[in-house]
Write a protein that binds this ligand. Structure first.
Ligand code: COI
Length: 335
């Protein structure tokens, strides 16, 4: 069997080698390029394809893979919003993902965004760099005793809930499919609005389904408490960024921790000479605020996660190629 991987970084290549050593009968090759109409030819002659990218997978690229006789695709990540499932159905693809590579990676990063905002780390860093080591007036706040609102309690949101409970927070959560363990703890409220109304800190942990684009819009921000801390380490498209900027300007949102942005594909995973060269107006509007912390979609990025992303995706791709049931099949029958 021959499997081709796209978008491979040097830190993944180490795990690829490990996987290859454990599977000597499989030939694997890779590129650091992502799948596009221009790079898709690289997969010609291979049986399966494993990929990872935040840019959308175009219909033409998928059609070409299909024309090469490839029908088994595995992605090394969890989010599937880069696909139009209709394209996958039209070309007869089977798809696997890695839905639980490390919920803790994202949950811990989420927590660190909260803590850095609550303890005013950007302000202390600035003071420190200016040799100002005084405490006053940069007094912080604690998670303990706060009400943390969790939107979505799947693999990641449920870990966030447990971490917040361990910190001594009151947790209020909403999900269309409640987690039985968390349900017993009585953390669920009846609606998204109720979470927004009660929470001192709101954190998003849902996928980006089409119906959830701009789930957090101007009206949603208006329902939140004044000075709320808002965290998004899920998907940029869940939030109307202009509404967020307005809410930061008015003080409605007291702090924002953002690992994802609506327009991140033009910015994240790229290297600019200087920060002013980033032309995205929303990015620039969020930059240099002492109450906004942005990280470039790095919540997932731990050694544990990357190891599991590589191993689980390759294992499942091979299973499909051998006509075995993969561990993490994706149901593409509905959009
Ligand atoms: C995902 O797993 O979907 C993520 O958001 C992380 C990633 C794009 C590598």
């Amino acid at each position: 069997m021959k499997i081709f991987l796209y978008g491979v970084r040097p830190d993944e290549a180490v795990y690829l080698k490990e996987w290859e050593n454990a599977n000597p009968d499989v030939e694997i090759d890779y590129t650091d390029k992502i799948v596009t109409e221009e790079t898709v030819d690289l997969a010609k002659g291979y049986n399966g394809v494993v990929m990872l990218q935040t840019q959308p997978y175009t219909r033409l690229a998928l059609q070409k893979l299909h024309d090469f006789g490839i029908s088994k695709i595995s992605v090394r990540n969890v989010g599937l919003d880069g696909f139009d499932f209709k394209d996958l159905r039209d070309f007869g693809f089977s798809l696997t993902s890695v839905p639980v590579y490390s919920p803790n990676a994202i949950a811990e990063h989420t927590t660190s965004l909260m803590l850095r905002l609550l303890r005013r780390v950007p302000e202390f860093d600035e003071k420190f760099n200016n040799a100002d080591f005084r405490w006053f007036p940069t007094i912080g706040e604690e998670i303990n005793g706060k009400t943390v609102g969790i939107v979505g309690t799947g693999h990641i949101g449920s870990v966030v809930a447990r971490l917040m409970l361990a910190f001594g927070a009151k947790v209020v959560a909403y999900d269309i499919k409640p987690d039985p363990y968390l349900e017993n703890l009585g953390i669920y409220v009846d609606s998204l609005d109720e979470v927004l109304k009660q929470a001192d800190i709101v954190t998003l942990h849902t996928p980006l389904a089409k119906r959830d684009i701009h789930m957090i819009d101007k009206a949603a921000f208006a329902k939140m408490k004044d000075g709320v801390i808002f965290i998004n380490a899920a998907r940029g498209g869940l939030v109307d960024t202009d509404a967020l900027i307005e809410a930061l300007d008015s003080g409605k949102v007291g702090g924002a921790g953002l690992d994802v942005l609506e327009s991140e594909n033009d910015v994240f995973q790229k290297k600019f000479d200087k920060i002013e060269d980033v032309k995205d107006p929303q990015f620039q509007a969020l930059l240099n605020r002492k109450n906004v912390i942005m990280t470039p979609h790095t919540a997932f990025y731990t050694t544990t996660a990357v190891h599991n992303m590589v191993f689980d995706s390759l294992n499942d791709n091979l299973k499909m190629l051998n006509n075995q049931t993969p561990k993490f099949p994706v149901d593409i029958s509905e959009d």
